[in-house]
Ligand binder design. Structure first.
Ligand code: MN
Length: 448
């Protein structure tokens, strides 16, 4: 795969007529996010003139499953399988020299975030937020790198507030803080969709997401040493910020409009102090407007890949998984199986709940149901499911803190078996069908 930078990807979008330029002056408060939201699911926007900033901004670089499929070089139906396969067979990355790393064209140890066009996205946000920064850190115990996207609140020219949910970076930070030490981090901004997707992989602690990116590219990802931190960063990024998460420092972070379409509240959170910024000569800044399809699908596709792997290890005849947009692409899953034993749907539910904290509801359907079609899934629930027999509820498991209905992250889980009971009279559950309906051409019959 030749494509390995945001620039390469913007050229691909241009060829596909999926990139539009905005030359008018725009304000970084609300105007960029309002326009980005309007273009969501249609095309990317490149803003060339942002008031009080000399850096252009792009948003919506992938906002449909078809576009993510194009980035991965597969069809829409193959996306989740491709991601699951990359996760199953990760590949080594390599370090390149500074001279072959475009992100080192300009190096500065005087970080001033006000020079970047960082937007304020939603009405009640606490300020400007970096939303498309892939944060790199190493486990202080093993030295293995970890990638993740965290919301980053601009608190000063070189200070960022950060939300860390109880996942990998949070564990690293707790280890460092317990030793009274800062945790070195880097934040890469302006990446292609493949590396963005890899950063979202749901993996056990100790799996380096760079190796999943290399597997997705079918070649080693090129990284380069940091200037002020002992970390390797993407050589082809537009911008890399370097810094440290400070121990025992908390500052107010939030509120921030999040993917469930609610605000995450303000509270005291850890703080990053930036020590260097390296960029290309004329960098392009990337923002993800929260809760758009660009945001939701970035979370959904890797989670679906991870889920498929976990569920298949429990129930091998699992066919496909889908995290639905109405379920924030995180909370509600639909799983299709080729049922071979009664009870399998329940095993699918257990595996799905365990695959990701965020899963709240799992609907299991047979293979004739289109998991991407909410009407078809509801039809299966309406005609193949009896609540008393087919609904399972697990109370007070660990869920997602950003779900406002949860008790600070404590959440109930619900499984719905909408599969035909095994051994049922096949005619009773046979879908009606008109022979020839699929191929008949109505327009040839209508008088014009
Ligand atoms: Mn990880």
């Amino acid at each position: 795969m030749g494509m390995k930078s945001l620039r390469d990807w913007l050229q691909v979008l241009e060829q596909k007529k999926l990139l539009r330029r905005v030359e008018r002056d725009v304000d970084r408060k609300f105007e960029i996010s309002a326009l980005g939201k309007k273009a969501d699911g249609k095309y990317a926007l490149l803003f060339n003139n942002i008031k009080e900033a000399n850096v252009p901004l792009v948003t919506g670089i992938a906002s449909t499953r078809e576009v993510f499929a194009a980035a991965l070089g597969v069809t829409k139906a193959e996306v989740v399988g491709k991601f699951a396969a990359a996760q199953a067979s990760p590949r080594e990355w390599k370090v390149v020299d500074k001279t072959s790393a475009p992100v080192k064209e300009v190096i500065s140890f005087d970080v001033d975030l006000s020079k970047l066009p960082i937007p304020v996205h939603h009405e009640k946000d606490g300020g400007a937020y970096i939303t498309a920064g892939v944060l790199i850190a190493k486990d202080p115990l093993t030295g293995i790198p970890n990638l993740a996207i965290h919301r980053l609140h601009v608190l000063g020219p070189n200070k960022l507030g950060i939300l860390m949910l109880p996942r990998h970076l949070w564990q690293f930070y707790r280890t460092a803080e317990a030793a009274g030490k800062p945790l070195e981090i880097a934040i890469a901004i302006g990446l292609d969709p493949v590396l963005m997707l890899a950063s979202q992989a749901i993996t056990p602690l100790g799996v380096d997401e760079y190796t999943i990116a290399s597997a997705l590219y079918d070649e080693p990802l090129e990284l380069v040493k940091g200037e002020t931190v002992d970390l390797e960063v993407p050589a082809h990024a537009e911008i890399v910020l370097e810094g440290r998460l400070l121990p025992h420092v908390r500052k107010t972070e939030g509120p921030f409009g999040e993917y469930p379409k609610y605000y995450g509240p303000a509270s005291p959170k850890p703080v990053i102090e930036l020590t260097a910024i390296t960029t290309r000569k004329s960098p392009i800044y990337h923002t993800i407007v929260p809760a758009t399809m660009e945001h939701l699908l970035l979370g959904a596709i890797p989670r679906e890949g991870g889920m498929l792997q976990v569920i298949r290890s429990a129930v091998p005849n699992t066919l496909a998984v889908h995290l639905t947009p109405g379920g924030t692409c995180r909370y509600h899953a639909v799983v299709s199986i080729e049922k071979q034993n009664e009870g399998e749907a329940k095993n699918v539910m257990f595996a799905a709940f365990s695959s990701s904290q965020e899963i709240k509801r799992v609907v299991v359907v047979d293979k004739d149901v289109d998991i991407f079609d909410p009407t078809d899934v509801e039809w299966a629930m309406a005609t193949r499911c009896q609540a008393g027999r087919d609904v399972m509820i697990v109370e007070r498991a660990l869920g997602n803190k950003l779900d406002p209905s949860s008790d600070d992250g404590i959440s109930d889980k619900m499984g719905i078996d909408a599969t035909v009971p095994y051994g049922a009279d096949p005619f009773r559950f046979e879908r009606i069908r008109i022979p020839g309906e699929e191929t008949i051409d109505l327009t040839k019959y209508i008088e014009t």
